[in-house]
Design a protein around this ligand. Structure first.
Ligand code: FE
Length: 171
């Protein structure tokens, strides 16, 4: 009897990590897809962030601020490259998915990697909007709306102050 309990316990103990491992591995990635890297969170106290960021970056990224339309660094940037998080450097958007939305904020129809941004419902100012944050540092980036162009129909409306542009090397 005791043996049977022991065996059952052993099977249970072994089956949990095995199934957890299988779930963690996920389905096979389609050929050509980049292997997904785990996002290691970057955390700082608000006091530390204040030292690390400019006052405008801090206001947008850490205090959910919005820059005035047509005043940011990147709304009219048409260079090729990658937009990184101004706080932690994570790749957030590619110039290949940037479009002229006419809003005065950098607008993209897709993130660099789906896992690099987190979308939360934001009910501030009496509106229901989907807030976009950086998956690594939690910084506020902007909002996502469903009136974007094809193929996604999404419009990621992002503050320039939350971004740092890395221009593609000119050859
Ligand atoms: Fe970040």
């Amino acid at each position: 009897m005791n043996d049977r309990i022991l065996v059952t316990a052993l099977v249970l103990a072994l089956s949990v990590p095995a199934s957890a491992l299988a779930a963690g591995a996920g389905p096979a990635t389609p050929s050509g897809a980049r292997a997904k890297e785990a996002i290691v969170k970057v955390t700082h106290s608000e006091k530390e962030w204040q030292k690390l960021l400019t006052s405008e970056q801090f206001r947008v990224l850490r205090q959910h601020g919005t820059e005035v339309a047509f005043t940011g660094k990147y709304w009219n940037n048409h260079a090729e490259g990658t937009y990184l998080c101004a706080a932690c450097g994570l790749e957030l958007f590619s110039s290949a998915t940037k479009f002229d939305s006419g809003t005065g904020w950098p607008s993209f129809w897709q993130p660099f990697e789906k896992s690099h941004v987190i979308v939360n419902t934001d009910a501030s100012y009496g509106m229901s909007r989907d807030e976009v944050t950086c998956a690594r540092c939690g910084g506020h980036l902007g909002h996502v709306f469903d009136d974007g162009p094809k193929p996604t129909g999404l419009r990621y409306c992002i503050n320039s102050a939350a971004l740092k542009f890395a221009e593609k090397d000119k050859k």
